[in-house]
Design a binder for this molecule. Structure first.
Ligand SMILES: [Zn+2]
Length: 458
């Protein structure tokens, strides 16, 4: 604690907290190639936005300092400490102590930066001490000395460091989360420093709203939010970009993957596409968002397989997605459309496995569903008869099997109660896809164990 993050070793891959099953071999290699803690976690984040087709050049702050690109700005800030103090006072109403300087030294003895305090500046060197009890979360070593502030021996304090970066890099547009733009906040301070200390034009501001996941800020802490990486796995890059491009940046995006938000977003994307292609009338902003959402090249006019149809149909073992969508299109599918079905199927699998409301889950549950406990005695009797029917008709085609089940139902408890019992036993719900196909798609082991559990139910 207290050391600059870029000087802390990277964590073991196995203990880093990143879900390694979600990363590609190339991404894993990138993580293994990092040199420190900061670079390690930044790389994970960079992967997430690279997947959205963003190709920014990455500038590492500590390299700016080490290569001397901040030196002139450090000198300006130290020379004009009185002007800075006045800004802190006037903009943020913050009274600074007498011996305050906008610079923190990395202690050459213990390596900590959080524990050091600069107490003087003579135009060549700063005087500093590494204080034992400056902060509660780290202990300093007590070392006192003079050191040149240039070439990476320390860094400017964050509220001065931010505009100094704009000066060093020639930034003319700078967005940040809206919390930075509150009155008297870091953005107001930085703007004043641009004008009064660094003498550069104030960059154009884009104070953007937050993205919330189920009402919580994005974070990797389990159960609350979601990391950028997890978010990027929920949607294809095009649809992910569409989400950002279609909402005003001043509007909060509250996204709950456990609702119909994902299927709805796909529908909206498809609508934007149809408007952009001139196939439908509608809101031109949606069309523009669709265009901006394209990653590699603009998608040519094609038939779009509806996401929620993919979700339902792919769970029906009788249906072939390409055949079904060709029927909807009323024409054979081209390669782009087939690839799109494959892509959407992949995201549908993720949604189904992790987030989809239960009415969209049409596959047998892995364990005995609690809902099946409401089965009546006559339904249990029907299921025992069904077990015998299945045992005697192992190789029957699904269509013929369906007919046999129907006959068994009609001659005992009636079709409604009978099929309901099958769905309760396999899915834990009262309705589902056609029973024979569902049974055929269920593995023999799972079916056997399910009937065993049923027998144990008194
Ligand atoms: Zn120290």
């Amino acid at each position: 604690m207290g050391q600059p993050l870029y000087r802390i070793p990277k964590p073991d891959l196995e203990k880093c907290g990143i879900d390694l099953s979600q990363i590609s071999p190339a991404e894993r290699q990138d993580l293994e190639n990092t040199n420190n803690f900061a670079q390690f976690y930044a790389t994970d984040f960079i992967h997430a936005f690279r997947s959205l087709g963003c190709g920014q050049k990455i500038v590492w702050s500590h390299e700016l300092y080490e290569t001397g690109k901040m030196d002139d700005l450090i000198r300006l800030a130290l020379d004009q400490v009185q002007a800075l103090k006045k800004i802190y006072q006037e903009v943020a109403k913050y009274q600074l102590p007498e011996n305050w300087y906008p610079f923190q030294v990395i202690c050459p003895v213990c390596g900590k930066i959080g524990t050091t305090l600069v107490t003087a500046w003579d135009g060549q060197e700063v005087t500093f001490e590494c204080q034992e009890n400056k902060v509660s979360w780290a202990k300093g070593c007590g070392y006192k000395a003079k050191i040149s502030p240039f070439g990476g021996t320390g860094k400017l304090l964050w509220k001065v460091d931010w505009p100094a970066h704009w000066a060093a890099l020639g930034v003319n547009v700078e967005g940040a989360g809206k919390d930075h733009s509150s009155a008297g906040g870091s953005r107001d301070m930085a703007n004043a420093e641009c004008q009064q200390v660094f003498h550069i034009p104030v960059p154009f501001n884009i104070p953007y709203e937050w993205i919330l996941i189920r009402g919580a800020k994005m974070s990797s802490s389990k159960g609350v939010g979601i990391s950028a990486r997890e978010f990027s796995k929920l949607l294809p890059p095009t649809v992910g970009r569409f989400l950002f491009a279609s909402r005003p940046y001043t509007q909060v995006i509250d996204f709950d993957p456990g609702t119909m938000a994902i299927p709805d977003l796909f529908d909206e994307y498809d609508q934007g596409a149809k408007i952009a292609w001139g196939l439908e009338e509608g809101d031109q902003r949606l069309a523009r968002a669709f265009q901006l959402a394209q990653v590699a090249q603009v998608q040519p006019t094609s038939f779009l397989p509806r996401f929620r149809d993919v979700v339902i149909w792919m769970q029906d073992p009788e249906l072939n997605l390409e055949t079904e969508f060709a029927k909807v299109k009323k024409a054979p599918l081209n390669d782009i459309e087939k690839a799109l079905i494959k892509e959407r199927r992949g995201y549908a699998e993720i949604w189904l496995a992790n987030y989809a409301p239960s009415e969209y889950q049409l596959r047998p549950k892995a364990t005995f569903p609690v809902e099946a406990k409401i089965l009546s005695n006559e339904q249990k009797k029907f299921l025992r008869d069904l077990q015998i029917l299945l045992a005697n008709n192992e190789n029957l085609p699904a269509a013929t099997l369906q007919q046999k089940i129907y006959e068994l139902a009609k001659n005992s408890i009636g079709a409604k109660k009978a099929f309901e019992s099958i769905y309760l036993l396999l899915l834990g719900k009262k309705a589902g896809p056609r029973a024979a196909w569902l049974l055929r798609a269920t593995s023999a082991e799972l079916l056997a164990s399910r009937f065993d559990d049923l027998a144990k139910l008194s």
